[in-house]
Design a protein around this ligand. Structure first.
Ligand code: NAP
Length: 340
C-alpha cells in the first residue's frame, strides 16, 4: 500500500487516457494514485499479486475491438485477469488471506462484490499466475475445436508465447506424430526445439512461410493452431492435408500492428481440401476447466510439460510491457507482479 500525504492508504491504477487510432502508445495510458476504500457490506477488498498481460488488451483500447469483451473506456481503469489476496472482507463467502482470481487487474487493490472473485486453492499450482486461463485456451483449441487425433501433424504459430508454447506441448502429450512451431527469432526457435520439445521450428521472418512449412512438414499439416492470421494462415491453408482442421485462436498480425489483416486468401483451397477453419473463444468452453486443470497439474507434477513465464515488476511498467509483449520481447506467459 502506498500512503498519501494525508496518511490514508493509497494504491495505483492504470486508466485509458486517450483512444489510439492504431497501436496504443505509452501516453495513451495514465497511472493514477487513489485511496484504498473499505469494503461495504457484501464487498471484498483484494490486494492484487499478479496480473496477466494478453495481446487482446491492445485491441480493447480500440473503438471497436471486434472481441466478445467490452472495450476499455476513456478515463476508466482497464480490466484484465488478476490473482490476489483478500485483505478485508464484508462478505461471508470470503475471508482475509483467501487467494482469488478475478477480472479487476490493472490496479493494485480491487474492490467489488464477493461474486466478482473466485476463491482458488493456494496449493493447486507452484505459481499463482498458473491460475490464469491461457492453458485452457490451448487445451480446448487443440482438442475440442481442432479435434486433434493421435498421429496428426500439428503446426502452432506464436509457439514461443503463452498459449502457443502449451498448445505444442499438449499436442505432443496427446499423441501428435509431429509438432512444428513458428516464432520471431532464432533464439525462440532454439527454445522451441531444445526446451519445449517441438520436432521442428522456424523463424517466420526467414523467407516465405510456405517454403519453411513444406520443409518442416513434408507430409503436410493436419491441424493448425493459429495465433497469428496473416501470411502464416495463408501458408498453413496451402500446406494443409485434406480434411485438415484450423483453430483460429488469435490475430497477432493485427494485434501487433493495429492494422486489419488481409484474411485467409483464396477460399477455393478450403473447398478443395474440405478444410475446417473455426474461430473460438475459451469463454464458450469453461465447462472443460476442471478436466484441463486436473491433467495440467498432473503434467506439471510428472515434469512432462514446461511452464515458461516472464515476470515484469510493478504496475507502472505494465503499459510498456503490454507493447513489448506484442512486439515479441518476451517468451512464455507474461505477467506483471504487483506485490510479493
Ligand atoms: N481465443 C481465445 O479464447 C483466446 C484467449 C486468450 C488469448 N487469445 C489470443 O491468443 C493469441 C496468443 O495469446 P498469448 O497470450 O499466448 O500471446 P503470446 O503469443 O504470448 O504473445 C504475443 C506474441 O506475438 C508474437 N507476434 C507479434 N507480432 C507477430 C506477427 N506479426 N506475426 C507473428 N507473431 C507475432 C510475438 O512472438 P514472436 O517473437 O514469435 O513474433 C509475441 O511474443 C493472442 O492473439 C491472444 O489475444 C485468444
Amino acid at each position: 500500500m502506498t500512503t498519501s500525504s494525508s496518511n490514508s492508504p493509497t494504491g495505483l491504477e492504470i486508466r485509458l487516457a486517450s483512444r489510439p487510432s492504431g497501436l496504443p502508445a505509452p501516453d495513451d495510458f495514465q497511472l493514477v494514485e487513489v485511496p484504498v476504500p473499505d469494503p461495504a457490506p457484501g464487498q471484498v477488498l483484494v490486494r492484487n499479486l499478479y496480473m496477466s498481460l494478453d495481446p487482446s488488451m491492445v485491441l480493447l483500447t480500440a473503438e471497436d475491438p471486434g472481441l466478445p469483451a467490452p472495450r476499455y473506456e476513456l478515463g476508466e481503469v482497464l480490466y484484465g485477469d488478476a490473482v490476489g489476496e483478500v485483505v478485508a472482507s464484508a462478505a461471508p463467502s470470503l475471508t482475509e488471506g483467501d487467494l482469488v482470481v478475478h477480472r479487476l487487474g490493472w490496479r493494485e487493490y480491487a474492490l467489488a462484490g464477493a461474486e466478482s472473485f473466485r476463491k482458488v486453492d493456494r496449493t493447486a499450482y507452484p505459481n499463482p499466475s498458473l491460475h490464469f486461463g491461457f492453458g485452457l485456451v490451448a487445451y480446448v483449441g487443440l482438442l475440442h475445436v481442432a479435434q486433434l487425433r493421435p498421429g496428426d501433424t500439428v503446426f502452432v504459430s506464436s509457439a514461443a508465447g503463452a498459449i502457443g508454447g502449451l498448445a505444442g506441448q499438449i499436442a505432443r502429450l496427446k499423441g501428435a506424430a509431429r509438432v512444428i512451431g513458428s516464432a520471431g527469432s532464432a533464439e525462440k526457435v532454439r527454445h522451441l526445439t531444445e526446451k519445449l520439445g517441438f520436432d521442428a521450428a522456424f523463424d517466420y521472418h526467414d523467407g516465405p512461410v510456405l517454403d519453411r512449412l513444406r520443409e518442416a512438414a513434408p507430409g503436410g499439416i493436419d491441424v493448425y493452431f493459429d495465433n497469428v492470421g496473416g501470411e502464416q494462415l495463408r501458408a498453413a491453408i496451402e500446406a494443409m492435408n485434406v480434411h485438415g482442421r484450423i483453430a483460429v485462436c488469435g490475430a497477432l498480425t493485427r494485434q501487433s500492428t493495429g492494422r486489419p489483416d488481409a484474411g485467409p486468401g483464396d477460399l477455393v483451397t478450403l473447398v478443395g481440401k474440405r478444410l475446417t477453419l473455426r474461430g473460438f473463444t475459451v469463454l464458450d468452453h469453461m465447462d472443460r476447466a476442471a478436466e484441463f486443470g486436473e491433467q495440467f497439474r498432473g503434467w506439471l507434477r510428472e515434469g512432462s510439460i514446461v511452464y515458461d513465464e516472464t515476470v515484469v515488476d510493478g504496475l507502472r511498467e505494465a503499459p510498456r510491457a503490454l507493447l513489448d509483449l506484442v512486439r515479441g520481447a518476451y517468451t512464455g506467459k507474461t505477467v506483471v507482479r504487483l506485490g510479493s
